[in-house]
Design a protein. Sequence first.
Length: 203
Amino acid sequence: MTTIGVLALQGAFIEHEQMLQRLGVAVRRVTLPRHLDGLDGLIIPGGESTAIGKLMVEWRLLEPLRAFGRSGGAMYGSCAGAIVRARDVGREQPLLGLMDLRVARNAFGRQIESFQAQLQVPVLGERPFPGVFIRAPKILAVGPGVEALCTLDDGSVVAAQQGHLLAVSFHAELTDDTRLHEYFLGLAGWRSPAGAAHAHATA
Ligand code: GLN
């Protein structure tokens, strides 16, 4: 059975767990390096990237998480979880540096300027995806091995994929739309069971 870890140091990890449970995969909370053993994939949730990074250092997770990503473990980071996997965020803070991304934090403004937008994400099909942006980052530049999955009119990228690694600026876990999680689970080797009750949700 596919088992997905959710890094539970800080931020919106419960919402990701609920989404995964709804899709019928086994979920494990990750707070210690040994919790990574045998996982098919890992989600790093949104929250506050400085806090998550500091806790990764304090809880000795930085190297184990890097090793997990480098050895082929699928990873999905939303918002702060995308930021901590970038190689450059324009300031000093602990980063995993697993993805060849240059990111600007809080690029859409403050908390009060949070918004929702209907996004075109071609790998998820034609139906627009509801993007919830909360003090979200923009991906300003992607390296040659990275594919932009969703680009805004201003040219900034809000979803990107580098092999089995996914970075997303918005919060799919706060919607009813399971398509992005299903896409990630595909990268982690999961095949949706025929007839499962997760049929594409309305959103
Ligand atoms: N602004 C936060 C940061 O820079 C990210 C916000 C979020 O994860 N919703 O870390």
